[in-house]
Design a protein around this ligand. Structure first.
Ligand SMILES: Nc1nc2c(c(=O)[nH]1)N[C@H]1C(S)=C(S)[C@@H](COP(=O)(O)OP(=O)(O)OC[C@H]3O[C@@H](n4cnc5c(N)ncnc54)[C@H](O)[C@@H]3O)O[C@H]1N2
Ligand code: MOO
Length: 428
């Protein structure tokens, strides 16, 4: 859902512009709403901007450790991929449940030569008798081997006249993968397709997972338009599509996007309004006359955990928590800077709320001409090239061309030089 939300205290020119938006075709789910801000926000003077910036790694760690995981709900296993287990899931029976054939061929008992008595199919009736020495049945992969079986001889190599079975038995023993009651996957485990399959093998029908974080997006800026081609002095909102996708990829649910004018009263309303665990605010993070976020947070009694990060781009970002427990991630308005901030504070916060550890970053040698000056970490788009990554040249804070051409963001820290290894954050 997209909500366009504007203050009533705008200038006349703004009003015309807003009315245009309200009457614009509703494509992309645009809904216009013009309720004025109600919060009493008497603004203090501009805050000083030379606060000490948090080192990039520390900012990420703070976000990853900030929040407790959301409560648990049970979901059907077939809808659980992408969710995070809230408790261990155990095998409800031995895996496999019986001794079964691992190959199509002959189940043989005792020493050869062997006489074939019949055939056993997977899912068919079990062979009713124990095999005696010199007896065999034809058997299919997955079928329960008759009692007395010493080995399964694959069709391709079977020699029923041989004196002895080969050493390799081709029998999967009951419980060899897991015993009944054994833990198949523990709390905090992301349910991948393979995990879902394993849990199905273990007999699970529903699984306990953490509730998905609900994320509202508040896009600030009088110059920002939500659809179509921007007019003179306007820009098209990049964060609706970009942050929603990033939120969904992190396993959270984007619940609404709202375009908000540069109005502190409205901003305060919107921080406390939506039914969301996290409110992402874009723009308003820096020191400009219309950048209200810091003062509004102060007014609302928010606790700031991260306030500016020593990284480039994306320095003016923040992570705060409101007195009601709702999280606020402030991303700078420059589009690439906003993306960097999203992977720095927002993604780890969403992992924490989902109950999941931040995935370990792959690390590869990175080649490129980038100057890294401590204490500022550079985040640059790179293309993967087999055993190394290559910097996409010319990326700028306001342009997404570099990131769009990249496979990952390389984290270039103090001490990095052309060709040295660096952590990579995938740009899914
Ligand atoms: N005096 C200072 N000026 C600036 C500083 C500073 O420290 N001192 N930091 C600069 C850096 S670094 C960044 S990044 C930006 C951050 O700006 P804000 O977060 O306050 O955002 P705005 O000023 O509203 O916008 C910046 C830029 O981004 C464009 N924008 C905003 N929202 C969107 C959107 N939804 N889609 C596309 N583009 C958007 C906006 O039009 C501006 O061009 O501040 C620097 N200045
Ligand atoms: O964070 Mo800003 O320029 O670094 O884009």
């Amino acid at each position: 859902m997209i909500v366009i939300h504007r203050s009533v205290s705008y200038r006349r020119a703004d009003r015309q512009h807003i009315d245009e938006k309200r009457h614009a075709p509703a494509g992309d789910g645009v809904r216009a709403a013009g309720t004025p801000g109600t919060a009493d926000v008497t603004l203090a003077p501009m805050p000083s901007i030379d606060r000490a910036a948090t080192p990039w790694r520390a900012a990420r760690r703070t976000a990853a450790e900030a929040a407790a995981a959301l409560p648990t709900e049970d979901v059907p296993l077939h809808r659980a991929v992408g969710r995070v287990l809230a408790a261990a899931v155990r095998a409800r029976a031995d895996l496999p449940g019986s001794d079964t054939a691992a190959m199509d061929g002959y189940a043989v008992a005792g020493a050869g030569p062997w006489r074939v008595l019949g055939r056993v199919l997977a899912g068919g009736p079990a062979w009713p008798h124990e095999l005696g020495a010199g007896q065999a049945v034809e058997i299919m992969t997955g079928a329960v081997v008759p009692g007395g079986t010493v080995a399964v001889l694959p069709y391709e190599t079977a020699d029923l006249t041989a004196a002895a079975a080969p050493a390799r038995t081709h029998i999967r023993r009951a419980g060899e993968d897991a015993r009944a009651g054994a833990e198949l996957a523990g709390p905090g485990r992301l349910i991948t397709p393979a995990v879902a399959g394993l849990l199905a093998q273990g007999g699970a029908d529903t699984v306990p997972v953490h509730r998905r974080p609900r994320v509202a997006l508040v896009v600030t800026g009088d110059e920002v338009v939500g659809a179509g081609v921007p007019g003179a002095g306007q820009v098209r909102d990049v964060f609706g599509p970009m942050v929603s996708a990033l939120v969904a990829a992190a396993g959270a649910t984007p619940v609404e996007r709202m375009l908000l004018g540069d109005d502190p009263g409205l901003l305060a309303d919107r921080l406390t309004g939506p039914d969301a665990d996290v409110v992402v605010v874009t723009g308003s993070s820096s020191a400009g006359a219309a950048d209200h976020l810091h003062r509004v947070l102060e007014k609302l009694g928010a606790r700031r955990l991260v306030d500016r990060v020593a990284c480039r781009p994306g320095g003016p970002q923040l992570l705060a928590v409101l007195p009601d427990g709702r999280w606020v991630a402030g991303l700078p308005g420059n589009p690439f800077a906003g993306l960097v901030a999203a992977v720095t504070v927002l993604e780890p916060l969403l992992y924490a709320l989902s109950g999941r550890p931040v995935p370990v970053a792959p690390r590869l040698p990175v080649r490129g001409d980038v100057v890294v000056a401590a204490p500022v970490t550079r985040l640059v788009p790179v293309r993967l090239a087999g055993d190394h990554a290559v910097v996409v040249p010319g990326s700028r804070p306001a342009s997404l061309a570099g990131a769009a051409a990249g496979d990952a963001l390389a984290v270039l820290e103090d001490g990095w030089a052309d060709g040295a290894p660096a952590d990579l954050i995938p740009l899914r």
